[in-house]
Every structure is written in structure tokens, then in C-alpha cells.
Design a binder for this molecule. Structure first.
Ligand SMILES: [Zn+2]
Length: 441
């Protein structure tokens, strides 16, 4: 049973969603006096403290009551080069790209600047409780390599890749299909499957990828086992019009990626705010995931995501902060923003409960990026990736939690009032990647 290694018991109220709360009630598992048994970087047991303790009397013990354990948060759409343009409000997508995002992306040509950005970016993820992220790299191979290297140092799980474009942006951001193929291949050999890193083939969007570039993406996906794929889809109406002009043969936006075999199970499409009839059914049939980024959708005026239609069609959905089109790194805030926009949606909206928010921010993300056998919840055998949240003393969140009558109520309050000030400890594979020490520990 113990394999000679007693492990470590963490005692705290805990919550996770090992099943899909959009499909079944009771998918939220919670233990008001809970415990995780960690052993060799994995979850060895999860449950009620008394039961876990009785079964593992030799394990080390740490009392974390006063806070809450959640699975590590999973951000499925975010751009590392855009850290410094957070808060560039007031534009829609195409103007925002031109004025803010693309000039900053061009600065990643300078490796020291890119490397500094990567380290700050990873610290921001960890300090917000995010343990796994699917990240758009840079348009430059050295800068993208710097992100992978920084992730290795930081200990976070990163799925990322060189952003591929050969037209329509700034000339300095363009590669040729040949250099894209060569540079991507080198990055894949260096980083894919090494430690906690995975590689994702990453054309920016159809506007900036010629058919020759999309063919390169297809070749890369075919040549290497287990690669992920990420891009943008149906974010903004002007973008969709441009795409339609560039690909007159395509019946809709998704059909472009489909033609190059880029919509299979390992693909994550960001946004899909404006799907055309038929696209949702094809996304569902392909097992393609959609990363919903509500803060970004609101900030860029892209529209309100038709979540209910996605769910009813059977499309996998997860959450992304979309830094820097979004408003920051907080996945709790992103969950709240999803809830808010669905309350306002007329298309009609999907009323979200706390269990669904937790699922979207954890297990759904693991499913989207095909890591659900490793992370996303506290099932025994999974990696010990978690965030420990403790309401700051005297905070409104602390006051709410004190009198909350159920774990579900507490979870809703964590999403509503929780932010990085609550994040006290974050571990990936049982190893701390972020930790705040204070006198009351
Ligand atoms: Zn994006």
C-alpha cells in the first residue's frame, strides 16, 4: 500500500471536479475536512481527512485548515509576448493587433527582452495559481526557446510553440514556410515531451497563414507524435470577413483548418465567438476544443460567447485568459467573467454554477490539451498539481467563508472574491513553484 514511502498528508477543505458537471449532477467532489496524500509527486489519496489518516498513519502531516485546496488552474489560451500590453483598452481586435499587440510581438526579436518577459510571465502564472498553460510563443524561435527554458526553471507545465505567420502582420514577424518548418522542427526536437513541456504547432490565425504555411503545419503535425495544435477561430466579425476574402473556397472559417487536418483531438481553437451553422457540429465530431476567453471577448468587444450552443452541440470548452487581449492572469476572475457574460447573454446564455466554473478552470482545460490523464483533478495517480488558497485575514472573502453553509457556496465565493492575494502555495508534481510565507503559517 505505501510502497515503503509514507508520503505527506495535506489537511484542508478541498474541492475538485473529476467528472463533467455539464453532463452530470454531483460531479463536484468536496471534503470540508479533506486531505490529499502526496507521494513521489503524485496524488496517492484524496478524501475525508479521518479516512486518509487512518489508512496512512505513517505519512507526514501538514495542517492547512483555514484555506482551500483546488487542482492547479489550467489556462488554455494566453500569449507570453503580450504581458506588457495588458490594459491596452479601447480597440477592437484588428486595430488592437496593429496598434498594440504586433509592435510588442516584434520586440521579442531581442532575446534579452523576450527572456525577461518569459520569466515574468511564468511568475505571473504561478502566482495566480495556474500550473498548466497553453501558450502562444513568439514569432521568433530564440524567444520561444527562452519561454520553454524559463518554464523548465519555473517548473510549470507549458504547451507552446513558435507562432507561424507569413503574411498580413508586420514584415519582421513573417517567416517563410521553409524557415517555419525548419525552426519549428528544431524546437520540437529540443522541447517536446522534455520534462513538463509539450509542443503545439501554432499558426497565429488564418489571416496571417498562407496555404503553404498551413501545409507546413499539417506536415509538422504528421511528422511528430503527440503534438498539440493551437490557433484562433471566429473571434471578431471584421477578422471573419477578411478570412472569407482570403480563402474564397472555404465554406466557413473552420473549413480552412480542416482542409489541412488541423482540427483533430489535440487542437485548441481560441474564441469561436461567432460560429457559423455547422461549425459547432464539426468541432464536436472532431473532438476539437474551444478555449473561451470571456475577459478578452469583453475587452475587445468581440461579442458574447455562445457557450450554451457549444455545450448543446457537444463541443469541449475550456477557459483562457488571453493575455494581453484579456485583462490579467487570474483564472478565478476568468471564471467569474464567464459567469457574468453568460448572465447577460441573449443568445441565450448558459447559467453557470460554481462546480462548472471549477471544471472549466481545471479539468476541462486538461481535457482540451489532452493532459487529462495527468492533471486536472485530484484522482489518485495524477500529478500533485494544486493551488492552496487562503482568504487574507480580515478580507471580505474571509468573512464570507466564515459563515458559508456549504462547500459550493465557498467555491462560488472563491471565484467571486478570490485573486492572487489568496494564493499561498502552488505545486506542480508535488514541488512548490510558488509559495508565500507569513507569520500565521
Ligand atoms: Zn489569442
Amino acid at each position: 500500500m505505501s510502497l515503503g514511502v509514507p508520503g505527506e498528508i495535506l489537511r484542508a477543505p478541498l474541492l475538485h471536479t473529476p467528472r463533467n458537471p455539464f453532463l452530470e449532477s454531483g460531479a463536484l467532489e468536496s471534503y470540508p475536512d479533506g486531505a490529499l496524500l502526496l507521494r513521489a509527486g503524485k496524488i496517492a489519496a484524496c478524501g475525508d481527512y479521518n479516512e486518509v489518516r487512518a489508512a496512512h498513519p505513517d505519512a507526514a502531516y501538514r495542517d492547512l485548515r483555514g484555506g482551500f485546496l483546488l487542482p492547479g488552474l489550467i489556462d488554455t489560451h494566453i500569449h507570453f509576448p503580450q504581458l506588457r500590453i495588458l490594459g491596452s483598452l479601447g480597440q477592437e481586435l484588428m486595430e488592437w493587433l496593429e496598434q498594440f499587440a504586433l509592435p510588442e510581438e516584434a520586440r521579442m526579436a531581442e532575446l534579452s527582452y523576450a527572456s525577461d518577459t518569459a520569466h515574468r510571465f511564468l511568475h505571473a502564472l504561478a502566482s495566480h495559481g495556474t500550473t498548466t498553460a497553453m501558450v502562444f510563443g513568439a514569432h521568433f524561435a530564440p524567444a520561444t526557446a527562452a519561454l520553454f527554458e524559463a518554464a523548465e526553471v519555473a517548473g510549470l507545465r507549458i504547451v507552446s510553440g513558435l507562432v507561424l505567420s507569413d503574411r498580413g502582420l508586420l514584415p519582421e514577424l513573417h517567416q517563410t514556410p521553409e524557415t517555419a518548418y525548419r525552426d519549428s522542427g528544431e524546437l520540437i526536437r529540443r522541447f517536446h515531451g522534455k520534462g513538463r513541456s509539450r509542443y503545439a504547432v501554432t499558426p497565429r490565425f488564418a489571416i496571417s497563414a498562407s496555404e503553404a504555411m498551413l501545409e507546413v503545419c499539417q506536415t509538422l503535425m504528421q511528422e511528430e507524435e503527440g503534438l498539440r495544435f493551437q490557433t484562433h477561430l471566429n473571434e471578431n466579425r471584421s477578422e471573419i470577413e477578411i478570412v472569407a476574402r482570403l480563402f474564397p473556397w472555404a465554406e466557413d472559417y473552420l473549413a480552412i483548418y480542416e482542409r489541412y487536418g488541423l482540427t483533430a483531438r489535440r487542437a485548441v481553437m481560441a474564441h469561436n465567438v461567432h460560429p457559423r451553422p455547422g461549425e459547432l457540429e464539426r468541432l464536436a465530431a472532431g473532438g476539437t476544443a474551444v478555449a473561451h476567453c470571456p475577459s478578452s471577448n469583453a475587452a475587445l468587444g468581440s461579442g458574447i460567447f455562445p457557450l450554451r450552443r457549444h455545450i448543446e452541440a457537444g463541443v469541449r470548452c475550456s477557459l483562457g485568459t488571453d493575455v494581453g487581449g484579456g485583462t490579467g492572469f487570474g483564472m478565478l476572475k476568468e471564471g467569474l467573467q464567464a459567469y457574468m457574460l453568460q448572465r447577460l447573454a441573449l443568445n441565450p446564455g448558459a447559467p453557470l454554477n460554481a462546480a462548472q466554473l471549477l471544471y472549466l478552470a481545471t479539468r476541462a482545460g486538461a481535457e482540451a490539451i489532452h493532459l487529462e490523464d495527468e492533471v486536472g483533478d485530484f484522482s489518485p495517480g495524477k500529478s500533485a498539481d494544486f493551488v492552496y488558497l487562503r482568504p487574507p485575514a480580515g478580507s471580505p472573502l474571509a468573512a464570507v467563508v466564515e459563515r458559508a453553509e456549504s462547500m459550493e457556496r465557498i467555491l462560488a465565493a472563491l471565484f467571486t472574491l478570490g485573486d492572487s492575494s489568496c494564493v499561498r502555495e502552488v505545486r506542480v508534481g508535488g514541488t512548490a513553484v510558488y509559495c508565500v510565507k507569513s507569520d500565521d503559517d
